[in-house]
Design a protein around this ligand. Structure first.
Ligand SMILES: Nc1ncnc2c1ncn2[C@@H]1O[C@H](COP(=O)(O)OP(=O)(O)OP(=O)(O)O)[C@@H](O)[C@H]1O
Ligand SMILES: [Mg+2]
Length: 328
């Protein structure tokens, strides 16, 4: 089993129930694997389906009125599509740690940080109560919070944004999960704190061989720390590419995201933007969903079809049928 990817996502489709009879697809044909100890960057514009994909991994789609309509979602050999309530309580928080997108809003405002950590630790019913405090302090040390004994007795409003995020990460790793899903853990933080949080995630991976799915809008940032990058556009995964190859992306959307980065170190002069707006959920184009925004579009891209997954290497695929022509 251990040479199998830790996570297998294959043609995953997530729908929202609008009415008794009406369904709205919000993620469709999402496909990628996560290996053990691998950090995957999941990027894409707002509304592309990143958070819904994350929620499918922790079994909280129903809280948004959504569900897995079809496809495969496997974690450590467990079929998550078929997972039921009791099974989820063994997986969520224990085997898969989650840092939700709103985490900067902070941990629970009315609970002491120590109490929140203790709650996360005691998800393991067999954990000895006498050791909880010691473990909470150990967790705060792992996430490099100074003076953990003091922080244990503080509320979130007493912490900086970076410290709040560290506490959220401490809660997410309390059970030593095999996978951490971190949904935009650095959005809203200043650049130096972003870098510190990224380094923290790297150190957790190095110490515990934890796999990480790191969601972000910031391609250059994730490119620095992730092994592979998965690019989502309009509810689907359009490319997976090793970070080191990002300048040779084989999907026009990945290229557009990369070209529209803001480079503070070497300003390029004119800022490039991506054509148009992402298509709205419910009115995706029938062929390639990027076709209306793409400089390389041809008639065949607009033919109604499910775009293929074209393998270009062990960790590289594109769904662009014209990928061979991008450099001509
Ligand atoms: N309950 C719902 N009903 C209708 N549409 C929904 C519902 N939940 C989510 N959506 C839509 O699904 C799409 C994907 O949402 P999601 O939150 O996954 O996007 P995202 O990629 O995480 O965006 P962001 O970068 O802004 O966080 C969005 O267009 C959102 O409006
Ligand atoms: Mg989101």
């Amino acid at each position: 089993m251990s040479d199998q990817p830790l996570v297998i996502i294959d043609a995953l489709k997530i729908d929202v129930r609008l009415t008794r009879a009406k369904r709205l697809p919000i993620v469709d044909t999402a496909t990628f694997d996560v290996k053990r100890g691998e950090i995957i960057g999941l990027i894409g514009e707002s509304g592309s389906g990143k958070t819904m994909l994350c929620r499918s991994l922790v079994g909280t789609l129903h809280r948004r009125g959504a569900y897995i309509a079809s496809g495969k979602l496997v974690f450590d050999g467990i079929d998550l599509v078929a997972a039921k309530g009791a099974q989820w309580s063994d997986i969520r928080g224990k085997q898969i740690g989650y840092v939700p997108q709103s985490a900067l809003a902070g941990p629970n405002p009315v609970m002491l940080i120590g109490a929140q950590l203790e709650e996360a630790i005691l998800q393991d019913k067999n954990f000895p109560k006498s050791k909880v405090k010691e473990r909470a302090i150990e967790l705060l040390n792992i996430v490099q919070i100074r003076r953990p004994e003091v922080v244990m007795h503080q509320y979130q409003h007493e912490l900086s944004g970076g410290m709040k995020q560290r506490v959220m990460i401490a809660c997410a790793i309390a059970q030593q999960p095999q996978l951490i899903v971190a949904d935009e853990p650095t959005t809203g933080l200043d650049v130096t704190v972003q870098a510190e949080i990224m380094r923290l995630l790297l150190s957790i991976r190095a110490e515990f061989n934890t796999s990480i799915i790191l969601v972000s809008h910031d391609l250059p940032l994730v490119n620095q720390i992730c092994d592979d990058i998965v690019v989502m556009h309009a509810g689907t995964t359009v490319e997976k590419i090793p970070s080191k190859d990002i300048t040779h992306a084989k999907h026009p959307y990945t290229r557009a995201l990369y070209d529209s980065r803001i480079d503070l170190v070497e300003p390029k002069g004119k800022l490039t933007t991506i054509n148009g707006q992402p298509p709205t959920v419910g009115s995706w184009p029938l062929g390639c969903r990027f076709s209306e925004r793409c400089d390389f579009v041809r008639d065949e891209c607009r033919v109604p079809q499910t775009m293929p997954i074209i393998s270009l290497g062990p960790d590289h695929f594109t769904s662009c049928i014209r990928y061979t022509e991008l450099d001509k």
